[in-house]
Design a protein around this ligand. Sequence first.
Ligand SMILES: [Zn+2]
Length: 505
Amino acid sequence: MIKIFDTTLRDGEQSPGCSMNLHEKLQLARQLERLGVDIIEAGFPAASQGDFESVQAIARSLSKTTICGLARCTKDDIDAAYNAIKDAAYQRIHVFIATSDIHLKHKLKKTRSEVLASIAEHVGYAKSLVDDVEFSCEDASRTDLDFLCEAVAVAIKSGATTINLPDTVGYAVPEEYANMIKTVIDNVEGADQVDISVHCHNDLGMAVANSLAAVNVGATQVECTINGIGERAGNAACEEIVMALKTRNDYYGKDTSVVTTEIMRTSNLLEQITASRVSPTKPIVGKNVFAHESGIHQHGVLQEKSTYEIMDPAMIGIQEAENLVLGKHSGKHALRTKLEELGYEVDDAQIEEVFIDFKSIADSKKQIYDRDIHALMIKEYQKLSGGYELVDYSSFTSNGKESKTIIKLSNGKDTIERVGSGAGPVDAAFDCMANIVGDKFQLEDFAIHSVTRGKDALGETFLSLRSNGDVYNGKGLSNDIIKSSIIAYVNAVNQEQYKPTEDQE
Ligand SMILES: [Zn+2]
């Protein structure tokens, strides 16, 4: 069995615009447990109070999955990680330090022997708190191989039960990376008694290939993220690792405990939460992946699926995610049952609010799918995040003339009303928003698409704003695109209070 270590909530969350609030993290963590990953790296508790509280909330809510907290080689970091995860059913502390000369010289300003001493001290300290300790050699793929083996030997002697050898900067190629893993397994005493883990970044497009090459020579844990989100080009994508092992089981001969029919649902949920869209050609979860456009392919697939399909879409949970679920006559009970089935825990007050939104959508839309329900719920979570709220708007537009949009927002205390103008109603709405929130936000990306099929589909607006070098994503949902655009803008502005934590590993 290959252990799947999901770091969507830690490494993934560090990518620009992917920061999540506590409710969103908790929701995603519950879905990751249903997906069946073995370990959830829930965050970096020493980074901020917000991070600490999210990790603690996740540790207290899940019952089957190991919950892991990240820590640098300092007692304070390890204490924070321990305090955040100590209520979990299964606990892991993940300690890391850089081992490459380039990091030692420029970042840590430590000698090799100082690094070895720090590993012994801090892995030992983590081990005094929990049994399950993971140790990572940051930038392992650019570390001198002899020194890497020394560092791993010290970590194992000090009590580490998992050794992670990351390709932190996405520099490795598969044969070389596999050789590094194999050298460690073959030469370090006790390496065959612990889990050897890989953590690959996708800067050269080889994160999944590197991870699988390592599995082939004996790695027993893969670290990955849903939809491959993560710093820069992202991490190895969980769904690609899992489906490659499953589809090519004839070659790898290794299984995972992931429930593959939950993949699509998990991917959709993350897309909704972070408002960052999955490319249509993204392997496994992109919307074109199981679409057969060319006539020859269509003909082949109709005759016999296996002519052009190497995976059954049902295995990934695609049909289920698109199943018609509710309609305008569905009542509160049916909605609640559906929400619970999708993993949302709602209290009585919340169900009242969601039901109002559900009814207004159901009135204008005949068929409501799982994706619509997810979109609705994420809207609820974004409401909880505070900040501005849209009160009203009106828009005036005609061919050849400048459009005008008037927006009324509440900031909890006051109502603010401004007017904006532009080349069309959406442009005018954004001009108006800039008049309200100031010009420190620059519009970086903006797209509208339909949540599900049909002309009555909900319009979903994804939008990115940049401010002081940080990116904030917002999502709006409505069957009126001007409204969904304004809501997306408001939500992105409201995200500013959830800044990503500092960069690690
Ligand atoms: Zn990483």
